[in-house]
Write a protein that binds this ligand. Sequence first.
Ligand code: NAP
Length: 516
Amino acid sequence: MQLPEFHNEALTDFSRPENRAAMEAALAKVGSQLGREYPLRIGGEAVRTRQALRSLNPSHPSQVVGVHSAAGVELARRSIAAAHEYFPSWAARPAAERVQVLVSTARILRERKHEFSAWMVYEAGKTWPEADADTAEAIDFCEFYAREALRLSGPQPLTPVPGEKNELRYLPLGAGVVIPPWNFPLAITAGMTTAALVTGNTVVLKPSSDSPTIAAQFVEALLEAGCPSQAISFVTGSGSAIGDALVEHPLTRFVAFTGSKQVGLRINELAAKPQPGQRWIKRVVAEMGGKDAIVVDSDCDLEKAVDGVLVSAFGYQGQKCSACSRAIVVNAVYDAFLERLKEKARRIRVGPSEDPGNYMGPVINDRAMNSILGYIETGRQEGRMIAGGGRASGDGYFIEPTVIADVDSRARIFQEEIFGPVLAVTRARDFDHALELANDTEYGLTGAAFTNDRARLDQARDAFFVGNLYLNRKCTGAMVGGHPFGGFNMSGTDSKAGGPDYLLLFTQAKVISEKI
Ligand code: NAP
């Protein structure tokens, strides 16, 4: 089997009337399907429970997007047992068959691109371009991992040993749990799930309770693409109720998680403890939070730096692990930077995400809103509020783009992940000091530096300790294939989604040496 060279899916240009009309039509179509019920899918069987889990539209919280069955511990355990039972059959399929499932899934996502995006507008509060980028990334993951799986299933280069025929094969691990967050509800769900499936593992997918409907739509696409229903179980339910049962199960072979530091560390700890009857060390792939900084040098294009910080801090309401939550600005341009940033931040329009005139939509839920507002109050004590500072009008979970200046590196809003539209700005003496401050965090996910000075660009290359460093551009928007993504330290287990190493995390290597 051969596939054409990988290319990133093009983003939709919504300034074109035909694209706007197509998105309007998709929003209307998906709008007519809100409130539908979705069962659990366990080992190929649709299962309904009495307890319902409702997902809401954060722009209009009285609107129910999907009604899901909440699984309890018993069903969680049953799903792992079913995935374990089907594993040998799925693992035995030729790699090309599994690759074909991903290619077909990509085709389905592409054909219904705007519908998938519309689901994210309703359920995750994504604006049109943010939703479109999420769908494009999901397509990219399917296409990229399909090609990677073909590469790994072929002959691998080994140093010849005289008198022997040697071979290296990548085997799947077994039955695993995939636990995505709500903030890239299609892309990250698709990425982790397809990486696990295409390498021959079976999957129990437990989506975020804030975005289960998008995950359900994705599972429907996978099944339509020919994925056997026993290879992918879909188990909705609160992470605090069923997460431990899924992770601890002795038949769970691996956990692929993306989410907060707190939950990631818990999973890592629970998975490390062998259970009676367990025959392996569980593999944990955990992608966690960030406290990402953009460093602004005295010698840089200040306008570009301001724009780069704004889009990184406030795109998708600052709810990206890669979002800029700290701008660290060299003294010589600090006041000029703040002045321009304040002007532009105040002009940002916030409101329901189905309205394409709004640059920022709502934050995900009332818990998140209250936590972010709490940080804004803390920030009032820790710095000087220069833009925003409270709720924006509307019945959704809207928060103003908020900028807090003169923040010390010991401040909570400098150190803790807020995951909302709140930017701390800190003054640095010079570029060396700015890099030192940028690295003064337990996280190490993304970062950026704006400078025209070649030596300082090189200095950032060497000294800025993050998994994804961007120079003279925003720190969000990693592209599959071009920017393999993942961070250091408390940002996770150092994996790189969308890169050439990623599928190896879902395999184990076997070497066969035959005397000839
Ligand atoms: P979260 O609260 O940690 O939840 C993530 C997932 O874990 C959800 O599906 C959640 O289910 C589940 N979960 C909760 N408790 C669990 C438990 N005890 N055992 C197993 N699973 C459990 O994070 P989030 O709010 O969804 O996502 C935001 C976080 O993700 C931020 O910290 C962000 O930086 C990080 N993130 C990192 C990356 C990256 O690539 N490094 C990418 C995106 C996001 P419920 O919804 O049912 O609780």
